[in-house]
Each structure stands twice: as C-alpha cells, then as structure tokens.
Ligand binder design. Structure first.
Ligand SMILES: CC(C)(COP(=O)(O)OP(=O)(O)OC[C@H]1O[C@@H](n2cnc3c(N)ncnc32)[C@H](O)[C@@H]1OP(=O)(O)O)[C@@H](O)C(=O)NCCC(=O)NCCS
Length: 150
C-alpha cells in the first residue's frame, strides 16, 4: 500500500469509495469542490492502481478538519484507516494547523475505535446531526487532537 496526494483525476474513485462507506453519497462535484477548495487536501491509499481508501481534510487559520475518511469494505481492519489519519494529521501540521477536528456519528463504533486509538478526544456534541432512515437522527461527536508545531 502506498499513500499519495489525491488529484482531480482521482475523483471518480473517491466517489466510489465514499458511496461504499456512507449512506449519504457525495457527488463528483462535491468531492472535487472540497479537494480544490482553499486549504483542502486529500490523500489516497492505493495498491497497484486500485484505490483502497482516502482522507479529505481542510486546513485554515491554524486549525484543520477531517472532512471525510473512507476505506474499501474489502480491506478494512488492515491499518489503512489508521495510516490515512496519520498522513492527514501530518499534512495538517505541515499547513500550520495546531489542532485537527472531526465529527463522527455516535453510532459508528469502527470510526470511534479508530479515532480513540489515534489519540482524539471528545470536545463537543451535536445532537441529531446525522439523519437515519426509519429512525432517530444520530448524534455527532466532535473530536480533536492536538498537533505539534511544524
Ligand atoms: C472507520 C474506517 C475508516 C476504519 O478503517 P480501517 O482501515 O478498517 O481501520 P484500521 O484497520 O486502520 O483500524 C485501526 C484501529 O481502529 C479501530 N477499529 C477499526 N475498525 C474497528 C471496528 N470495526 N470496531 C472497533 N474498532 C475498530 C481499532 O482500534 C483498529 O486497530 P486494531 O485493528 O489494531 O484493533 C472504516 O471502517 C470505514 O471506512 N468506515 C466507513 C466510513 C467511516 O465511518 N468513516 C469515518 C467517518 S468519521
């Protein structure tokens, strides 16, 4: 597995990975817009020419945010998610961020386990943030991790 910066030409692969990971799919335009926005950056994990996962982040004014993170269901639990979080944190640090924030659904044990293992701590709660078909919306936990100065 290698990790490399995401490019505009990756967007179709990112759409596919995102759709396999989340109920609320993001379009090509959504993902391209985030990747190309000021402060936006992404990293793709790949094996040969197959994209296994990606992380999208945004850094601005000394803070950074994980916008999305997805790993192909076929290769989960092999360290890809952890590697993407670490490279995202390093990219945020390089861009001058001192903190990395993210929102995660309270009913997502895999992501909660990953972020806890990666040193994130809870700093906030948004009630009823993620719609859930046929049930009550899930809360979002706001997590943060401090980054050492670059
Ligand atoms: C969350 C996600 C990115 C994890 O990717 P992954 O490649 O499977 O994660 P890793 O193999 O690097 O796991 C690292 C650690 O996270 C935790 N973890 C990962 N999956 C877990 C699970 N299903 N249950 C509990 N803990 C889990 C463990 O601590 C794991 O370390 P271990 O395998 O040594 O026990 C992946 O499950 C995914 O794409 N989920 C759908 C999208 C999503 O929820 N994204 C995050 C939104 S905020």
């Amino acid at each position: 597995m290698i990790l490399r910066p995401a490019q505009a030409s990756d967007v179709q692969a990112l759409v596919r990975l995102h759709a396999a990971a989340f109920d609320a799919a993001w379009s090509e335009a959504d993902l391209r817009g985030l990747l190309e926005a000021e402060g936006g950056f992404g990293v793709v994990a790949e094996d040969g020419d197959r994209a296994l996962g990606f992380i999208l982040c945004r850094a601005a004014a000394g803070e950074a945010e994980v916008l999305t993170l997805a790993v192909d269901p076929a290769v989960r639990r092999r360290g890809c998610g952890r590697a993407l979080v670490e490279v995202g944190a390093a990219g945020a640090q390089t861009r001058g961020a001192l903190s990395l924030f993210l929102e995660v659904a309270a009913d997502n044990p895999a992501a909660l386990g990953l972020y806890e293992a990666a040193g994130f701590a809870r700093v906030g709660l948004r009630r009823g943030y993620y719609p859930r078909p046929g049930g009550p919306a899930a809360d979002a936990l706001v997590l943060a991790r401090a980054l050492p100065p670059a």
